[in-house]
Design a protein around this ligand. Structure first.
Ligand SMILES: [Zn+2]
Length: 155
């Protein structure tokens, strides 16, 4: 079956030679608990709002990789990932000024994402360092106590 992109104005087709991926519009996942249900509902809503078409997608409607910063959508549980929904080359970017503005917006988003990741990493490092410090302190205290008992000295 020939697959074409559902984004208005996008001419990408799956022809087997280009490395263009196609991704289905996320469906609402109703059987995996409330959290997954509301998250998938929100995601579907955002995808549809981003594509901004008047008609509803069918199960064959797909969006191509050129609308994602990394070339593919993120996992549904990565809500803060800029690729949680399509952001690039959408219908509203027809004029160059708008396109530039949007590009700047995307770069800001990307930077913010990288910053969040970095902060998370630093936080984890600090946490590990703190634990190592406490472990060391407790360990040293235990060794001192053990040695003092063994040598018969009174504390
Ligand atoms: Zn496309």
């Amino acid at each position: 079956m020939v697959c074409s992109c559902w984004v208005p104005g996008c001419t990408n087709r799956a022809n087997g030679t280009d490395k263009v991926g196609f991704y289905s519009i996320p469906s609402v996942r109703v059987h995996e608990g409330d959290f997954t249900k509301s998250l998938s509902e929100e995601r579907r809503r955002l995808w549809l709002a981003s594509v901004n078409r008047k008609d509803e997608p069918t199960k064959f409607s797909k969006i191509c990789s050129s609308h994602f910063i990394t070339g593919h959508p993120s996992s549904m549980y990565e809500r803060s990932n800029p690729d949680w929904a399509p952001t690039l080359k959408l219908g509203e970017m027809l004029t160059p000024t708008k396109s530039q503005k949007k590009q700047a917006e995307i770069e800001t988003k990307q930077k913010r994402f990288q910053r969040v990741m970095k902060r998370q990493e630093t936080k984890e490092k600090h946490h590990a360092a703190r634990w190592a410090f406490y472990f060391d302190k407790t360990h040293t205290a235990a060794v001192t106590l053990y040695n003092s008992i063994r040598s018969g000295t009174n504390m």
